[in-house]
Design a protein around this ligand. Structure first.
Ligand code: UD1
Length: 335
């Protein structure tokens, strides 16, 4: 058996893909998930892809008891902390819920890790901490961070600060991954994004619109000062993102400071380019309408991904067309 890695939120979209990659690299993931935004069947799907049994604990990362049980009965080498809430809109309506889960959850986890002398953490942060960059649309890890645009963004910023402070004590060695826009699904079609209710994110809404589950996709604004008037993001295949976690686990951080990596392809794509890629990759037509800007949306941002390419020897392998083909393959399997 390989090294044991605890994945909080390991049945979620990014966690489940990371569990698969970890097993394929010889690790032994242990999953903790409270099923707040995931389904228990995902566990069997991960087992089906990897042909391996996985230890699963149903529970909440804010629950010290379950964390203590996991740490005392397993010799855990490191933790990848995915468990968190991620809806920007909901966070504006219910900020306290976001502070409770995202800030409270990390606090509890770090406490139990410290008590159990587990010092390796990989943390899911977000490009949201950059806000709308003021000097160019590409951001590197040293680009100054902006005031968060939502309570969700604030919790990610606070989480990064908490990790920085705890690293200073010498009891934690952490890698912070700032994800850009993860999309797509596992090429097997067995795991993918499972949004509960109406999806807020572009690609799950798009695939559901094409499948006839939703009305037409609304493009949120087409008069931005970008080449085609629509917002620009750095879309990254979820399997490429998952592989970055495997690299992050074995990265030796400097003493007393967390290492931060952007995880993006380094390429910006507009909303209309995503739609064209989908139509090209699948042969389907996307029903769409132009709409007004979504409040709080950043106009354009993409990663300068040089640091992760150099230090983790990580390169994304999937194209935007692959992301769309896999997202559609997954959607079709949903029945
Ligand atoms: C945002 C954050 C990201 C965070 C994520 C959590 C930024 C830059 N990004 O992603 O860090 O982790 O929320 O959910 O702060 N769009 C449409 N129609 C739709 C849906 C989306 O046109 O129905 C457009 C949006 O305007 C945007 C793009 O598609 O330009 C991507 O939107 P979405 O998938 O919601 O992700 P972000 O808002 O970029």
């Amino acid at each position: 058996m390989g090294k044991k890695i605890l994945l909080t939120g390991g049945l979620g979209y990014i966690g489940s893909h990371t569990a698969v990659e970890l097993i394929q690299e010889g690790y032994d993931p242990i999953i903790l998930d409270n099923l707040a935004n995931s389904r228990p069947e995902v566990l069997q799907q991960i087992e089906r892809i990897t042909q391996q049994k996985i230890s699963f604990f149903q529970g909440d990362v804010r629950d010290a008891k379950i964390l203590q049980t996991i740490f005392s009965t397993n010799s855990i080498e490191g933790v990848i902390h995915f468990a968190a809430l991620k809806s920007v809109g909901e966070s504006v309506q219910q900020p306290l819920k976001y502070f409770d889960v995202n800030v409270g959850g990390l606090t509890q986890l770090l406490q139990v890790m410290q008590d159990s002398q587990v010092d390796k953490l990989v943390f899911s942060s977000s490009c949201t901490v950059y806000g709308q960059p003021t000097e160019g649309w590409a951001v590197s890890e040293t680009t100054p961070l902006q005031e968060p645009m939502s309570p969700y963004g604030r919790t990610k910023r606070m989480n990064e600060d908490m990790i920085r402070d705890v690293c200073q004590t010498g009891h934690l060695s952490a890698v912070i991954l700032r994800y850009f826009n993860p999309v797509g699904a596992h090429p097997s079609g067995l795991i993918g994004e499972l949004p509960i209710g109406v999806p807020a994110n572009l690609v799950p809404f798009l695939t559901q619109a094409v499948a006839g589950i939703r009305g037409p996709l609304t493009v949120f604004g087409n008069d931005y000062p970008t080449p085609d008037g629509t917002c620009i993001r750095d879309y990254i295949h979820v399997v490429d993102l998952a592989k970055a976690h495997v690299g992050a686990l074995s990265f030796q951080t400097q003493r007393l400071i967390p290492e931060v990596f952007n995880v993006g392809t380094g390429k910006g794509s507009s909303v209309l380019e995503v739609i064209s890629a989908f139509e090209r990759a699948t042969g389907m037509v996307v029903p769409l309408q132009m709409g007004s800007k979504r409040p709080g949306d950043v106009m354009a941002v993409f990663a300068n991904a040089q640091k992760i390419q150099e230090k983790l020897k990580w390169e994304p392998v999937y194209s935007l067309d692959d992301m769309m083909a896999h997202a559609w393959n997954w959607q079709k399997n949903q029945g």
